[in-house]
Design a protein around this ligand. Structure first.
Ligand SMILES: [Zn+2]
Length: 411
């Protein structure tokens, strides 16, 4: 079958036979095709089957592979056309049909460039780093990464990746991608790692990489920072607690509503809206944070919305990104009450080591016992959660490497 499907150079393309049309002594015309070769191809397919059989594709693909038809020849005299493909990620099965559709588009470019006479590099790599495979292994084997031996877990990931990768590559080949499969690369391979490390060192030596601590989205479940795109806002019933703070100078009560009472240990400021008449007399005074007995300034700031809660807000490091902005704007000193395990730090005093949720419950209990809860409502609150593990996201300052980019923005 392969032979019948092969593309052969037809005789009609040679100068002598192409002239044959004009020659009265030429062989009789058999079909129209044989006398007027397509101007687009030097080949005429010789397919005898009337109906297309999908199995034929497998045979063609075997032939492509045997002949090394899409190998990239680095020593070629032709101009080189390189396609930079982002290596796809084996995050689960089956591989998404959208990815196949996308690669089909890349394949069209590769085939067009070959037809235009370029030596075409269409690389195929597999991205084998990152979180999705860790989550995949955890759910497949019903285990938790942190409770596993590191080497054993890496082994399980590699095993899962091998299986997923074999499926992906099988699909790519079945789709008919004209890629350079012979030189398939893996992002956890030795050569690739050397390349990424060398790139990092090069950037470091050029002083383009710096280490800094910035508030980051942190998932205590996955124990890693995550991107904004990996956050899902889930509407969850949340307690809105109105807490009685005391104004130090006057002794009067200032009620502040919050969904994060456990973050009072990180409170560095109380804000009221400048337009709010009832709070005008408090500008510049100090509020005493209940339980923790710390004094923080009461400042007027448009960031405090009159229609929200009591109109007075506590600014903590960090309840949300509004807090991050205010800390940055006013140069406030961060107090970190939640650690990388999602537990309370020493800054939380007697609530240290409790999980965030436990601490929240305990703080509300204590406030209630002290008679400082003025109102408690259960509201529907948009809680940022991790796309993978479903854990609520915390904003925790993390030391990370950053790549300088601002210098390269065209002005
Ligand atoms: Zn997570």
């Amino acid at each position: 079958m392969v032979d019948r499907l092969m593309y052969e150079e037809p005789q009609s393309m040679s100068p002598s036979s192409s002239d044959s049309k004009e020659s009265p002594s030429s062989t009789p015309i058999v079909t129209k095709a044989s006398t007027s070769p397509s101007p687009f191809s030097a080949f005429t397919p010789k397919i005898v089957e009337k109906r297309w059989d999908h199995n034929a594709e497998l045979l063609i693909q075997q032939f492509w592979e045997k002949e090394g038809l899409y190998k990239f020849n680095v020593n070629s005299k032709k101009s080189i056309f390189t396609i930079d493909t982002p290596p796809p990620y084996p995050s689960g099965r089956p591989w998404h049909i959208g990815a196949l559709a996308h690669y089909a588009q890349i394949d069209m470019i590769a085939r067009a460039s070959r037809a235009l006479g370029y030596e075409t590099l269409f690389p195929i790599g597999i991205d084998r780093n990152g979180l999705p495979v860790e989550r995949y292994v955890e759910t497949t084997y019903k285990i938790e990464m942190r409770s596993q031996d590191r080497e054993r877990f890496i082994e399980l990931c590699a095993h899962a990746l091998d299986e997923l990768e074999a499926e992906m590559v099988g699909l790519m080949k079945r789709e008919g991608l004209s890629s350079n499969f012979a030189n398939k690369y893996r992002t956890d391979g030795g050569a690739y790692r050397r390349l990424t490390q060398r790139t990092f060192i090069e950037l470091w030596e050029k002083n383009l990489i710096y280490e800094s601590t910035y508030p980051s989205n942190y998932c205590p479940g996955c124990q890693t920072t995550i991107a904004d795109a990996e956050i899902i806002y889930q509407e969850k019933p949340t307690k809105l607690v109105s807490i009685a703070f005391k104004v130090r100078e006057t002794g009067e009560e200032l009620v502040i509503a919050t969904t994060r009472p456990e973050l009072m240990s990180s409170c560095q400021l109380v804000m009221v809206n400048p337009e709010d008449e009832s709070y005008k007399k408090l500008h510049g005074l100090h509020a005493v944070v209940p339980i923790f007995e710390r004094e923080v300034e009461i400042r007027s700031h448009p960031g405090a919305k009159r229609e929200k809660g009591t109109g007075a807000v506590m600014i903590c490091s960090f309840g949300d990104y509004h807090d991050v902005t205010i800390f940055r704007e006013l140069g406030l000193q961060e107090i970190i009450s939640i650690d990388e395990r999602g537990r309370m730090t020493e800054a939380a005093g007697k609530f240290q080591d409790f999980t965030v949720e436990e601490a929240r419950r305990k703080v509300i209990e204590e406030l209630t016992a002290r008679g400082l809860v003025r109102r408690m409502l259960t509201i529907k609150h948009e809680v940022p959660t991790c796309e993978r593990s479903g854990n609520p996201i915390e904003i925790i300052p993390m030391k990370e490497f950053y790549l300088k980019q601002l210098d390269f923005i065209p002005r």
